[in-house]
Design a protein around this ligand. Structure first.
Ligand code: IPE
Ligand code: IPE
Ligand code: MG
Length: 228
């Protein structure tokens, strides 16, 4: 084993799955087709995370800012998350994946009914998979880092009141599609994350791309403000 590959694996990998709209536009397709194409990438990355031995995988599925998109797209994304959970939960359960949602439960009133349906689907998937221990999939849905910190601070000490206080900090944060920003993702948990940006659009990302990001992570020196 080379020195790089003997370095510890990231325990917690977080992914900003970005670029679905651009992937579709490049093919003359509707943006929604890009979201659909992103499902295959997500499933492949989950299987890749299991193969590699990652314990926590956080994926940004819908942000508190994404409510600002056109109604058509918001409705599509809510329905899509629900359908994806329904279609994939048995398979993910069979793989030993625990499906957990983090984010706010409330959203804009005009979407209340649709949102309640998706949340019910998430709750069901969590109940079904709650005893699984191989991989914890944290689906960040109606999630915003600032909202999480506001909600936590209103309840007490922040670290104890995060949406998933038992989950360790993010070690490796991946963002696809060439954008180099956090877009309000896991602001507290990613304070010392190693950042990895790739131009690959989310629908083209896969387990090999994940392995490349992990290998890059293993070549880094983490210092946490101290001397290496
Ligand atoms: C990421 O892809 C998926 C979500 C935000 C739900 P985008 O929809 O942001 O795709 P781009 O960034 O417009 O290409
Ligand atoms: C971040 O991507 C949110 C998700 C991937 C769910 P966005 O596409 O919404 O972020 P910005 O608008 O480019 O910052
Ligand atoms: Mg985007």
């Amino acid at each position: 084993m080379s020195e790089a590959t003997s370095r510890p694996l990231p325990r917690h990998v977080a992914v900003i799955m970005d670029g679905n709209g651009r992937w579709a536009a490049a093919r003359g397709l509707e943006r929604t087709a890009g979201h659909e194409a992103g499902e295959r990438a997500l499933m492949d990355v989950i299987e890749g995370a299991l193969d590699i031995g990652i314990r926590y995988l956080s994926v940004y599925a819908f942000s508190t800012e994404n409510w600002g998109r056109p109604r058509r797209e918001v409705e599509f994304l809510l329905g899509f998350n629900r359908a994806l959970l329904r279609a994939r939960r048995d398979y993910l359960n069979s793989l030993g994946v625990r499906i957990r949602r983090i984010g706010r439960r409330s959203g804009p009133p005009e979407y209340a009914e649709l949102l309640a349906d998706v949340l019910a689907e998430f709750d069901g998937a969590f109940e079904m998979t709650r005893s699984n221990r191989r991989l914890e999939l944290l689906v960040c849905f109606n999630y915003g880092g600032r909202a999480e910190l506001e909600d936590a601070a209103a309840r007490g000490p922040i670290p104890d009141n995060l949406y998933a206080p038992d989950v360790p900090d993010v070690d490796l944060l991946i963002r696809t599609s060439g954008e180099m920003r956090l877009s309000n993702f896991l602001l507290w948990q990613a304070a010392y994350a190693e950042l990895y940006f790739t131009d690959t659009l989310w629908p083209d990302f896969d387990r090999h791309a994940l392995a490349a990001a992990v290998a890059d992570y293993q070549g880094r020196e983490r210092r946490f403000g101290a001397l290496g």
